[in-house]
Design a protein around this ligand. Structure first.
Ligand code: A3P
Length: 306
């Protein structure tokens, strides 16, 4: 049992990852009872890597035939986390109605997970369902997590200084950590099963959104690509899911989600390189060393400046 950046007071080392207290029994139930369908699509990530953005994009791309109007789109009135929910959360908090409603979701079901690859239910790893994973450079991910978790006031999180939280992060002790194993699990799977796992970098998505939106659409066999839809459609998708647009929507400005998190905290700066405002030279040196130690030779590379 440990403390670390998280939304419950404690983290437990469980199945080789740091699992929030409330999730331990839920993950077991999720693994045992969740029944994946071949056409399910999972958005997977380590927290604070761009999950909300990827959920929005995936929802719009996968549902383009159902919701082709960009003026009256569900994303304008619902937060991406409401449209693409986390089943592990439902199992962890015994949300029976939501668990039941999973079987009535329209196809393809769009769901999400923060679990490391080896802890996914077998029905996800063994079925033909698809996973889109997003990862972000560990510098920005840490700062985003620091800003996010220290804003969650309604749970009695132990008080950390930035330096203490950073030490934990360097030791892999944060929700669903270590972050290096999380990335490696999905990275390795994406190499052996590229039709199963699409591996994206937040920084690439920011820098060439058109190209990566097309990659997502191709991966999902979306009619957007099959029909060679005009570039206006792609541009509209990108605009609708863009940081400024999402942040300014009434639905994302007030209210909370998962009971404890204000929706607006999911939209902070949305930049590459904000870490520079938080890191001391020794922190930069330490994290760079850990990245080399843990991920050197894996083929994973990080872009840390815009
Ligand atoms: P910052 O805290 O650096 O601003 P997650 O969705 O996994 O919780 O990640 C949150 C991070 O993604 C936050 O980063 C947030 O601002 C950023 N983000 C949210 N929506 C985004 C969007 N539409 N485009 C780009 N970044 C976005």
């Amino acid at each position: 049992k440990e403390t670390g950046l998280n939304f419950t007071p404690y983290l437990h080392l469980f199945q080789d990852f740091w699992c929030p207290t409330d999730y331990v029994h839920g993950v077991n139930k999720f693994q045992k009872h969740f029944d994946a369908k071949d056409n399910d699509v999972f958005v997977a990530s380590f927290p604070k890597s761009g999950t909300t953005w990827l959920k929005a994009l995936t929802f719009v791309i996968a549902n383009h035939q159902r919701f082709s109007s960009f003026d009256n789109h569900p994303l304008l009135s619902s937060n991406p986390h409401e449209l693409v929910p986390f089943p592990e959360f439902m199992y962890s908090y015994d949300l029976h109605d939501q668990i039941l409603s999973l079987s009535n979701m329209s196809d393809p079901r769009l769901l999400s997970t923060h679990l490391p690859f080896p802890s996914l239910p077998e029905s996800i790893t063994k079925s033909n369902c698809k996973i889109i994973y997003i990862r972000r450079n560990p510098f920005d991910t840490f700062v985003s997590a620091w800003e996010f978790f220290t804003k969650i006031k309604s749970v009695s999180l132990p008080e950390f200084t930035l330096e203490e939280a950073f030490e934990k992060y360097c030791n892999g002790i944060t929700m669903f950590g270590p972050w290096w194993s999380h990335m490696l699990g999905y990275w390795n799977e994406s190499k052996t099963r590229p039709n199963k796992v699409l591996f994206l970098r937040y920084e690439d998505l920011k820098e060439d959104t058109v190209f990566h939106v097309k990659r997502i659409a191709e991966f999902l066999d979306s009619p957007i690509i099959q029909r060679g839809e005009s570039s206006t459609v792609i541009e509209n998708i990108i605009k609708l899911c863009g940081f400024e647009k999402m942040k300014d929507l009434e639905v994302n400005k007030s209210g909370s989600i998962f009971d404890v998190v204000e929706k607006k905290t999911f939209f902070r700066k949305g930049e590459i390189g904000d870490w520079i405002n938080y890191f001391s030279p020794s922190m930069i040196e330490k994290l760079s060393k850990i990245i080399e130690e843990k991920l050197g030779g894996s083929g994973l590379s990080f872009k840390v400046h815009s």
